[in-house]
Design a protein. Structure first.
Length: 261
């Protein structure tokens, strides 16, 4: 495990990744409310906020836009991803190598593993190749650890989410990105299962500022390392206001009421 205090992806041991891989994973529907966010430049502009420790994108976005922002943002390249047009058992195509991610400026890489999918064996073997290549370049690996599949009864249960965090530890990830289990106690269980691997909460679908910040506060109070968020930031008319509040909650330990003032 790479110590995050030696990595560009963190600040003061905390992480706030701005994810923008939704154009591949979800398609244009995620931009319907704010069509200007279809333009990657608008989200790279958001990522220059001091609260954001890294921006996570697929390689095409990185190649096209990161060169204009390399002095103001840290880059995490997602190595795999699959469109929402795919209707089979959960899987994720490997779209980029660690070596290419490094060449285009990434300091870290991300990789999705769907534990419990019929494709789990293949995905874990692909993760092994990526993780070992990343070690050769001293690049942290963030695992999007999302248990799901036709045989999984409850992908959102605390035990299943904690299992996902444990998978990240067992397979050598440096950060585990998991769904929020719904409570501080659930996150404490998830953090414990990760055995020292920093755990960050997936941002999920857009909710109100207060509801979102309350979840983030619970994550931090439970020993989580922060957040990897997309829609709950860049789907807002004024994402700067929420990022200011997130900076207060994640990096300063502020209460939600104080962060919203």
């Amino acid at each position: 495990m790479i110590a995050l205090d030696d990595a560009a992806i963190e600040r003061d041991g905390k992480v706030l990744i701005l994810a923008y891989d939704h154009g591949l994973e979800h398609g244009p529907t995620d931009f319907e409310g704010l069509p200007e966010r279809m333009d990657p430049q608008t989200v790279f502009d958001i990522a220059t906020h001091d609260a954001v420790t890294s921006i996570a994108v697929q390689k095409g976005i990185a190649e096209g836009y990161y060169p204009s922002y390399e002095d103001d943002t840290d880059l995490l390249v997602k190595l795999n991803g699959t469109s929402n047009l795919w209707t089979g058992e959960p899987d994720s195509a490997v779209n980029c190598s660690v070596e290419h991610a490094r060449e285009i400026g990434a300091s870290s890489v991300g990789f999705t593993v769907y534990g419990g999918s019929n494709n789990e064996i293949e995905m874990v073997e692909e993760f092994r190749n990526a993780q070992e290549s990343a070690r050769e370049h001293d690049m942290p690996v963030v695992m999007w650890s999302y248990p799901r599949g036709q045989g999984l009864r409850n992908a959102n249960s605390t035990d299943t989410i904690a299992y996902g965090a444990r998978v990240a530890l067992e397979l050598g990830a440096d950060v585990a990105k998991v769904k929020y289990p719904g409570s501080k106690a659930g996150m404490e269980h998830t953090v414990a299962a990760a055995g020292g691997v920093p755990v960050v909460m997936s941002g999920g679908s857009k909710v109100s500022d207060e509801a979102f910040l309350n979840d983030v506060k619970a994550v931090m109070d439970a020993g989580g390392a922060g957040l990897a968020v997309g829609r709950n930031v860049w789907q807002r008319e004024n994402p700067t206001e929420l990022l200011d509040a997130l900076e207060a909650v994640i990096f300063e330990g502020a209460a939600v009421d104080a962060a919203l003032d």
